[in-house]
Design a protein around this ligand. Structure first.
Ligand SMILES: Cc1cc2nc3c(=O)[nH]c(=O)nc-3n(C[C@H](O)[C@H](O)[C@H](O)COP(=O)(O)O)c2cc1C
Length: 442
């Protein structure tokens, strides 16, 4: 009998901050966010630890939601202070890794289907089947103003566009049959014209003739990841995606979300086991509990409360400077990320936290932090995994490279000892690690 094992992804950014707003200031932390060597080293470590994938988050603007200014983001190196383009970083990593999945965040609201299908198919070819796409719909005015037309679509319209976007890119990836590129010099037959077809898509948002000028990707199509938490977002994820990434403030909300998403996947006629749910966890580790606690205290002292508040304002798409900082954040409808609002609302309600305190905790990873030895962190992960809240985890490193190096050196062996994680890659493609079948071609 094969035992169920966890999937592990690393939540990275091609810029500062992944797990902690104090991370880039941590003594000895890598701060060369524009240097190739930084990402090469992260990928090398992750592959050494048999991680399923390296996920690169993204933002298409410097957020300015706190007091209408981007100063707090820039000054404190908060979430959106700078970001290199994830696809370019991952293309570079494709050449120096062999098994690690490579996941780029790209927005359906600002990309064009043809361009995205071609770029991600290229990454899948160059990595021999390791490409993944984190599908985001975007929610910030600051992002909309960097593209033309400059206004954001409504929440519903963003998901309508995303649904049609998926339809188009899937048609494009299938516009070449498997094996269409015959490369027969004698015939000659470079590619078989009978196996390459236009798609002639005409819809509400897109008119795309096709075919693509890249053969069908090795994985059939790349792996899809999504983190929408609104009703519409959950249905979108249940219908289209392979991996759902989510953040929770408690095990109870984790279990409820997991059940809900598996039920939704089944309602779309899918095998629920083929929807992989990865809650975020931000471990601050040490060889002893004392070392880990001291590390966390130091990290927290380096994260200015305004940094967390600035990122929370961006995530909720609400100017939090308008509310009293020493009072509880009132319940409200937020236009931004529903998943982040749910996490913060749960913290606020349960513990009656002031807005300033919520900001401080948000910048320090809120409920996702687990501080302790590898043993203690593995206990927490095992509990979530066995109690039906997770199929694995998205590990958010609090700083580089220690936030990656410690889990690889200490946590992965502990999980392996418990039989909860692989000791070698299952196969060459990302689909092989995730245990997902390759979609049939045309
Ligand atoms: C944990 C998590 C990580 C996310 N990462 C990104 C990101 O890197 N870039 C981005 O534009 N949106 C990101 N989002 C936003 C969503 O993927 C989604 O586009 C947005 O939440 C709107 O969907 P919703 O209204 O269904 O929540 C993230 C959301 C969550 C919960």
């Amino acid at each position: 009998m094969t035992t169920r094992q966890m999937k592990l992804a690393a939540f990275c950014a091609a810029g500062p901050v992944s797990g902690h707003h104090g991370g880039w200031r941590y003594p000895g932390a890598v701060r060369d966010f524009t240097q190739a060597a930084t990402y090469l080293e992260t990928a090398r470590l992750l592959e050494q630890g048999c991680f399923d994938l390296m996920f690169i988050a993204d933002i298409l603007a410097i957020p300015n939601r706190l007091d209408g200014s981007m100063d707090s983001q820039l000054r404190y190196g908060a979430l959106g202070a700078m970001r290199l383009d994830p696809l370019i970083v991952l293309a570079m990593l494709a050449g120096v890794t062999r098994n690690l999945g490579l996941a780029a965040t790209i927005s359906t609201s600002y990309a064009e289907p043809f361009q995205l299908a071609r770029q991600v198919a290229s990454l899948d070819h160059l990595s021999a089947g390791r490409a993944a796409w984190n599908i985001v719909t975007s929610f910030q005015d600051a992002e909309a103003r960097n593209f033309s037309p400059r206004d954001q679509l409504s929440h519903e319209a963003r998901y309508d566009r995303a649904d049609e976007f998926m339809d188009v890119v899937c048609k494009l990836w299938n516009s070449w049959a498997d094996g269409a590129m015959t490369l027969d010099p004698a015939a000659p037959l470079f590619a078989d014209p009978a196996s390459v077809h236009p798609i002639d898509h005409h819809g509400a948002y897109f008119d795309v003739a096709g075919p693509m000028n890249v053969p069908r990707p090795p994985q059939g199509r790349p792996i899809f990841i999504q983190a929408g938490a609104s009703e519409r977002g959950r249905d979108f994820a249940a219908k289209w995606t392979d991996i759902v990434f989510v953040t929770h403030a408690s095990l109870e909300s984790g279990i409820a979300f997991y059940k809900d998403m598996k039920r939704r996947a089944a309602s779309f006629g899918r095998d629920p086991a083929e929807l992989v749910i990865l809650p975020g966890i931000a471990p601050v580790m040490g060889e002893t509990t004392e070392i880990a606690t001291a590390r966390k205290t130091l990290l927290d002292s380096l994260a200015d409360p305004q940094a967390g508040l600035s990122t929370l304002a961006y995530h909720l798409d609400i100017d939090l400077a308008q509310f009293p900082q020493d009072e509880v954040l009132p319940a409200m409808d937020v236009p931004g990320v529903q998943g982040h609002y749910k996490e913060v609302a749960e913290l606020t309600q349960k513990q009656g936290l002031s807005l300033a305190e919520v900001g401080r905790r948000y910048g320090s990873g809120s409920g996702r932090f687990v501080v302790g030895t590898a043993d203690a962190i593995a206990d927490r992960m095992e509990e979530w995994f066995t109690k039906g809240a997770a199929d694995g985890f998205m590990i958010q490193p609090p700083y580089l490279q220690g936030g990656i190096e410690l889990p690889v050196r200490l946590l992965v062996p502990e999980l392996q000892k418990r039989g909860l994680f692989r000791s070698a890659y299952e196969g060459p493609m990302l689909r092989d690690q995730l245990g997902l079948p390759r979609p049939k071609g045309p």
